[in-house]
Write a protein that binds this ligand. Structure first.
Ligand SMILES: N=CN[C@@H](CCC(=O)O)C(=O)O
Length: 340
C-alpha cells in the first residue's frame, strides 16, 4: 500500500531495550512478515489491536496551526515498546503495523507560506490526499475485525478514521471527541479544523459528542450550528472544571448515552490536556489523569471501534514525556477493553 511504511524486526531491534529478568512490551507484540495483502494477513492473526502512526502535519498547516504533529509517532513507538509486558499490558493482543508517511507532501508544505491563500489551498488539497490513505487503511483493519489504534498527525485524520470505519461496517458511525475544539468548521477544503463536519456532511458520521469544548475558542456561529443539530451534543470545559455546573463523570455518562448505541470512534486531542506540547498547547485544560480516566471509560465499551490520539507536537526536549503520555493512553485503552 502506497505511503505505508512497515514496522520491521530490525526497527524493533533498534528500539527495544531488553533487561535481564524483565520482559518488555516489544518482546511480545506481533509484526507482519511481509506487506503483501495486509488485509488477508490481519484476518488470520489472533490479535485484537492494530497500532499504526500517521506522520504528517499538513492538515494543521492547512488550518493555520503550528506544525510538529509529524513527530508524535516516533516519540510514542520508542516508549511503548519498552514498557513492561505483564498481565496489565497485553502485548500479545497487539500488531504493530507501521506508519503512514507522506514525505513529498511534507516537503511541499515546507515551501508554502501560510499567509498566501493559494498556498493554503494547496495544503488543503494535500490533506485530502492524506484522507484517502487513512480511510483506506482504516477500512482494511476494521474489515479484518480488528480495532485500530491510530497515533499522531493532526486532527484532520478524524475524517479518514470515521470514513474508513464507516465504509468497513457499511453504516454511519458515532464519535466522541475529547477536545478543546469542535473541528466542525466550514467545508472550505480539508484541514485539521473540519474533519467532523466533512464526515457528517458526507454521511459517515451520525452522532457526535464534543467533550470539554473551550468556550473562548468556539464562535457564536458554530455554537448556533451545534445547538441546531440533534445528532451533535457537547459539554464545555468551563461548565465542568471552572463553573462546576456539572461534573466530569456526569458528562461522560451523558456522552456515552449519545454515542454508544452503535460503533463509535474515540478521538483524543492532546490539545485538551494542560501544558502538553501540541498544535494548540493550552495552559488551561484537563489533567493527564482525567484524560486517562476518559480513555478507560470509553475504551471499556463493547462498541468502541477505534482509538485515535492526535495533535501532540513533541520537540526533541519533550519527546520522552509526550511518548510516555501517549503510551499511558494506549495501554489504558487496551487494559480497559480487555477487561470488558
Ligand atoms: N482539535 C483540533 N483542532 C484543530 C483546529 C482548531 C481550530 O480550528 O480552532 C487544530 O488544533 O489544529
Amino acid at each position: 500500500m502506497e505511503h505505508l511504511k512497515p514496522f520491521t524486526t530490525s526497527d524493533l531491534k533498534s528500539l527495544l531495550k531488553k533487561r535481564p529478568k524483565e520482559t518488555k512490551f516489544g518482546e511480545h507484540i506481533l509484526l507482519l512478515p511481509d506487506f503483501n495483502d495486509i488485509y488477508e494477513q490481519m484476518l488470520k492473526l489472533d490479535v485484537t489491536y492494530v497500532i499504526f502512526g500517521i506522520k504528517e502535519d499538513v492538515g494543521v498547516f492547512a488550518n493555520y496551526g503550528n506544525s510538529g504533529t509529524y513527530s508524535a509517532w516516533d516519540a510514542t513507538i520508542k516508549n511503548l515498546l519498552n514498557v513492561q509486558s505483564n498481565a496489565f499490558t497485553h502485548p500479545k493482543k497487539v500488531l504493530i503495523l507501521g506508519h503512514l508517511e507522506f514525505e513529498s507532501y511534507q516537503n511541499k508544505v515546507s515551501s508554502l507560506n501560510q499567509n498566501k491563500k493559494k498556498d493554503i489551498l494547496k495544503a488543503r488539497k494535500l490533506t485530502s490526499k492524506i484522507d484517502a490513505s487513512v480511510s483506506f487503511l482504516m477500512s482494511q483493519i476494521v474489515s479484518a475485525g480488528k480495532i485500530p489504534i491510530v497515533i499522531g498527525g493532526g486532527h484532520n485524520n478524524a475524517y479518514g478514521n470515521i470514513k474508513g470505519t464507516s465504509l468497513a461496517l457499511k453504516s454511519p458511525v458515532n464519535a466522541i471527541n475529547f477536545d478543546a475544539h469542535h473541528d466542525f468548521r466550514a467545508e472550505e477544503g480539508r484541514h485539521s479544523g473540519n474533519g467532523f463536519s466533512y464526515a457528517f456532511a458526507e454521511g459517515f458520521l451520525k452522532n457526535y459528542f464534543i467533550f470539554g469544548l473551550h468556550e473562548n475558542y468556539t464562535s457564536d456561529t458554530i455554537f448556533k450550528t451545534l445547538n441546531k443539530l440533534k445528532a451533535i451534543q457537547y459539554s464545555t470545559f468551563e461548565s465542568m472544571m471552572v463553573r462546576q455546573d456539572t461534573n466530569f463523570n456526569t458528562e461522560m455518562d451523558t456522552a456515552l448515552h449519545h454515542i454508544s448505541s452503535k460503533p463509535f470512534g474515540l478521538e483524543i486531542d492532546c490539545d485538551a490536556i494542560q501544558n502538553i506540547p501540541s498544535s494548540a498547547m493550552t495552559p488551561s485544560g484537563f489533567s493527564v489523569n482525567k484524560a486517562r480516566a476518559f480513555v478507560n471509560h470509553f475504551g471499556k465499551q463493547d462498541n468502541v471501534a477505534y482509538l485515535h490520539i492526535c495533535e501532540a507536537a513533541p520537540t526533541p526536549e519533550t519527546e520522552t514525556q509526550v511518548g510516555k503520555l501517549i503510551t499511558y493512553l494506549i495501554t489504558d485503552f487496551i487494559r480497559a477493553h480487555e477487561n470488558i
